[in-house]
Design a protein around this ligand. Structure first.
Ligand SMILES: [Mg+2]
Ligand SMILES: [Zn+2]
Length: 365
């Protein structure tokens, strides 16, 4: 039960004839070591009362960044543990004399036992205070069974610090890249479905490598309506994607394809008719970006969309990505495709090519 320090005398009176055990601590990250300690404490009596250190005193004792969990959370956690009967927050703030909180507890609760760990700080003062209030002091050894490691909050924090970076920062950042005109040069400005149509510049490969080194996932987001036209199958497009990826050192983490097209042309072969739908993945719709964000746990606000068409920009902007429009053969020819329709479709940045785009990642990171 959660109590306040004002209740201590009342608790003593309520449990006359029973043995009260008292202990204290900061209990910042509760772990099995604490539970073993409480179980050992409980062996000394009938009622276990635990005081939980105030945030302000822990900050003074353990330094910057501590406690990790605030006093209400720590109190609630301790109170819920099986061996604990009462828990309260030590109300006295620590000014110079660190153990004045202890005096209050010993004086008001008058426990039968006051239990500390062998590694408690200032054991000497604790012994003196226990003597002053006529309380029996017990010093417990830290005797964690071997199946429990000898743990402490400080050791847990060390372990977390040593985790690999990719686990520490859970949400990832990504650069979404259009395929044709961005990764793959679209010299011919036609549908690309033959091996011979693939053309990747060495400079693009180097740029993608630099992006990857900056910690971005690289995800290709491409409309491939040629599937809906019946010119290639999804599998064939996948093969082309794999070939492109091989040429750039497999730097692309995944390709997302929209095979659809909304218009039902009369010349569409039967097998391709299923792709003639209004979908939510064809850019400018953001479906592929949203799927990728779910698949990879991507923080879209930390991410970018790089494309050569305004439809790429719209898809990126509508999900909160920053956007870069780069020059390509098709957007110089189809100038309308590269022109913002209105302020909401305006790219955040323009760049000549991918290596130009890298500088933008840094200035607006
Ligand atoms: Mg393109
Ligand atoms: Zn689609």
């Amino acid at each position: 039960m959660i109590i306040s320090a004002d209740d201590l005398q009342r608790i003593r009176e309520k449990h006359i004839g029973q043995k009260i055990v008292y202990c204290s601590g900061s209990f910042d990250l509760v772990h099995a070591g604490h539970i073993l300690f409480f179980e050992d404490c409980k062996k000394y009596g009938d009622i276990l009362v635990v005081s939980v250190g105030k945030d302000s005193s822990i900050r003074k004792n353990k330094g910057e960044g501590r406690p990790i969990l605030n006093e209400r959370v720590r109190l609630k956690t301790i109170d819920s543990l099986k061996p604990v009967d009462y828990a309260f927050i030590n109300p006295v703030s620590v000014e110079g004399k660190q153990l004045n909180t202890l005096e209050l507890a010993l004086d008001n609760l008058k426990p039968d036992f006051y239990i500390i760990n062998e590694d408690a700080f200032d054991t000497k003062t604790r012994i003196e205070l226990a003597k002053k209030f006529g309380v029996e002091l017990v010093i417990l050894n830290r005797n964690c069974p071997p199946e429990f490691e000898n743990i402490s909050a400080t050791k847990i924090i060390e372990k977390i610090k040593n985790l690999p970076d990719k686990i520490k920062s859970s949400m990832k950042k990504a650069i979404f890249l259009d395929r044709d005109g961005v990764i793959n040069d679209d010299e011919k400005d036609e549908f690309i479905y033959k091996k011979d149509d693939i053309f990747v510049r060495t400079s693009s490969k180097e740029s993608l490598r630099k992006m990857k080194d900056k910690g971005y996932l690289l995800i290709c987001i491409t409309n491939q309506p040629l599937i809906a036209r019946g010119l290639a199958s999804e599998k064939e497009v996948e093969e082309i994607n794999n070939l492109i990826n091989q040429k750039i050192g497999n730097l692309i983490d995944r390709f997302y394809i929209c095979p659809h097209h909304p218009e039902m042309h009369p010349d569409v072969p039967e097998h391709a008719k299923k792709y003639r739908i209004v979908c939510n993945c064809r850019k400018p719709s953001p479906g592929m970006l949203i799927t990728a964000a779910k698949d990879f746990d991507i923080d879209l606000k930390k991410s970018w969309m790089i494309g050569d068409m305004i439809t790429d920009i719209i898809a990126g902007k509508s999900t909160g990505c920053k956007t870069i429009l780069i020059k390509s053969k098709s957007n110089s020819r189809l100038i309308k495709s590269a022109m913002p329709f209105d302020i909401n479709t305006k790219p955040d940045f323009y760049a000549d090519n991918l290596s130009d785009a890298i500088k933008l990642l840094d200035i607006s990171a």
